[in-house]
Write a protein that binds this ligand. Structure first.
Ligand SMILES: [Zn+2]
Length: 231
């Protein structure tokens, strides 16, 4: 159960980019809660990337602003510098995760217990998950493998989100509709992930705002950060 309710919705966004501020304005307007996964050693760095032939900014927020920007939400680890973890030694996996977690605790002055694996594609394996489970303060770790269901998962160190809000937008809308109409006597979770910069690619901010307006403020749903719904 989630705060006495059988259904919960949570969001997860990666990289700590400047677009997070605009995203948080939308989430806050509808009392939705998210977790933001941040690379502490990349904070303040400039960058851009190309998606669907469009250039978008990939500028990371300033370390001094982290506490204020994310005050209504959860901050979680995303490693220090966004490496592909399966290529690293155990010592380096631990340093990348645990030092990021500690840095973020210092910046936010709150405990940090979650993470999202960095990198596209298969960005984790059983060994990486085991090293993190046994050697860090991390209590759950999100992959980018969509589950397309709302079931509660046993292994939180290879947690699968329900759906990705960029490339799987239409699927997300259908799943959300199904979730809103779902009647259940066992706990069910809708977990949506992405990156805030993705709303810049085709300027889908208004579309996301409308989506949030449709899923918010339901009496039978708990809206919480990742740690609030998973732990
Ligand atoms: Zn990332």
């Amino acid at each position: 159960m989630f705060n006495g309710k059988m259904k919960a919705i949570t969001f997860s966004y990666d990289d700590g980019v400047t677009q997070d501020k605009r995203l948080i304005e939308i989430l806050d307007k509808y009392d939705l809660k998210a977790t933001f996964n941040i690379n502490s050693e990349l904070l303040g760095k400039e960058g851009s990337l190309i998606r669907d032939d469009k250039h978008v900014n990939h500028i990371k927020n300033n370390p001094k602003d982290i506490k204020k920007i994310y005050r209504n939400h959860e901050v979680a680890a995303h490693t220090l510098t966004h490496p592909f973890l399966p290529d690293l030694s155990d010592e380096e996996i631990i340093r990348q995760v645990e030092q990021d977690r500690i840095n973020l605790e210092q910046l936010t002055e709150k405990s940090v217990v979650g993470m999202a694996y960095p990198g596209g594609g298969t960005n984790y394996n059983e060994h990486v998950a085991e090293v993190i489970r046994n050697n860090t303060g991390i209590k759950y770790a999100r992959t980018i493998v969509s589950s397309y269901n709302f079931d509660i998962q046993n292994d939180l160190y290879v947690f699968k989100p329900t759906v990705y809000n960029f490339a799987e937008w239409d699927k997300m809308v259908r799943l959300a509709d199904k979730f809103l109409n779902l009647e259940t006597d066992t706990p069910k979770l809708l977990y949506i992930w992405g990156h805030a910069y993705e709303f810049d690619i085709h300027n889908t901010w208004d579309k996301f705002d409308e989506f949030c307006s449709l899923i918010c403020h339901k009496d039978d749903i708990f809206y919480g950060t990742n740690r609030e719904v998973l732990l």
